[in-house]
Design a protein around this ligand. Structure first.
Ligand code: SAH
Length: 373
């Protein structure tokens, strides 16, 4: 028998550097925060104080945490509150009720998030990855490819930033409490599975461990990564699942959502029904209406047959323009006929508003192109 050579750890300078940011309070649960605080030689109850500031009062700036003595504060902030997001550009429309922020991350990667205020609710659309590897040809994010996954805290910090803005009354005519989070910004959330699930826990844990949002008010959207959908079904979460279907037939979906070449329409729908069965939650079927591509009456009928009698709801999204795209949104009469046929088949159907279009903040428009400065 030949002895196996000893495997030695590579010296630090040769190890592949993780592009993930330094650890942050929001990466840890309360027990983890206590341990981290104790490791700094600080009293464990400081973990509770930091958590109350960040998750309850939505204070992100350590200098404002004045109930903690300055020396301790500096030590704690250096270890647990690194700057994760630096705003590069803020845009707004709808009289300030829709806001898009472009962030620079610690390594220079760029992501965007969008805040949407309504009279009865405030929703933030977060990014889960810088870029996206799914390559859907009608989506601006898909064109640039994937840069990297975001950490749990990079996801949470997007929400806390906007929750703070809402609490300060910066959204005219909207409630001061941010109540919904949709994982519909840049990236494929289920391709960054563990960090996204951890982020869902942090969003829904009661304050001050987390933000105390309702699981039902959180939507995770996917192109249909089958193994991850099955895993999600086993998590015992009751978040809303959205499936970006965009075509009822494999031939077309293979081109619109390339991951369909691996996992087919019938399989992903089965996984969606399993999720609905386990959680009792209606699955949202996303369908961008693309003129002369996927908007034919026969496709509406086929979609209706696939979804009839299921715990599903169709969300039609008028195609938003993206740079270089040859495609247009379906004309309104075509859209109306598509809706009519789905409803006739007994499938609840709504058309999504095109919030944020003027600031390239609508579905599929997030591309994180930096302005020349
Ligand atoms: N990767 C996940 C999360 C992104 S959600 C997913 O695809 O589900 C963004 C939603 O906007 C998806 O349903 C996506 O298919 C849709 N979308 C992408 N580009 C669009 C465009 N140009 N117009 C309208 N919707 C678009």
């Amino acid at each position: 028998m030949t002895a196996l050579p000893l495997i030695q750890a590579a010296p630090a300078q040769y190890r592949r550097r993780s592009a993930l940011p330094p650890r942050h309070l929001a990466d840890l649960d309360l027990a983890g925060r206590r341990a981290a605080v104790a490791a700094l030689g600080e009293q464990p109850y400081r973990a509770g104080q930091l958590s109350t500031h960040y998750f309850d009062r939505l204070v992100r700036d350590p200098a404002a945490m004045t109930d903690i003595p300055a020396a301790s504060r500096d030590r704690l902030a250096a270890d647990l509150l690194p700057t994760l997001l630096t705003p590069v550009r803020e845009q707004s429309c709808d009289g300030g009720a829709t806001r898009k922020t472009l962030w620079r991350l610690h390594d220079g990667a760029l992501v965007e998030s969008v805040l949407m205020g309504y009279p009865d609710r405030v929703t933030v659309c977060v990014s889960s990855q810088a870029g996206c590897g799914m390559a859907c040809p009608f989506c601006a994010t898909g064109q640039a490819g994937l840069t990297r996954n975001l950490s749990t805290a990079e996801i949470i910090d997007q929400v806390v930033w906007f929750a703070g803005a809402a609490a300060r009354g910066e959204l005219p005519g909207c409630p001061p409490r941010l109540s919904r989070v949709v994982f519909m910004g840049m990236g494929e959330p289920l391709a960054n599975y563990a960090r996204v699930i951890e982020a869902v826990r942090r969003l829904t844990d009661p304050a001050p461990e987390g933000l105390g949002l309702s699981q039902r008010h959180i939507t995770v959207s996917t192109v249909g990564l089958l193994p991850a959908m099955r895993r999600l079904t086993e998590e015992r979460l009751s978040v809303t699942l959205a499936l970006s279907l965009h075509a009822p037939d494999d031939e077309l979906r293979d081109t619109l959502v390339p991951v369909n070449q691996r996992w087919k329409v019938a399989e992903v729908l089965d996984a969606a029904w399993a999720y609905a069965g386990r959680t009792g939650r209606r699955v949202s079927i996303e369908y961008a209406m693309i003129k002369d591509v996927n908007d034919q009456p026969w496709r509406a009928d086929l979609l209706g047959r696939l979804l009839a009698g299921r715990l599903a709801h169709v969300n039609l999204i008028p195609l938003n323009p993206t740079p270089g795209s040859v495609w247009d949104a379906s004309p309104k009469p075509v859209e109306r006929e598509f809706v009519r046929r789905l409803r006739e088949a007994g499938v609840p159907t709504t058309v999504r508003d095109t919030r944020g279009r003027e600031i390239d903040g609508a579905c599929g428009q997030l591309a994180a192109a930096e302005v020349a400065q």
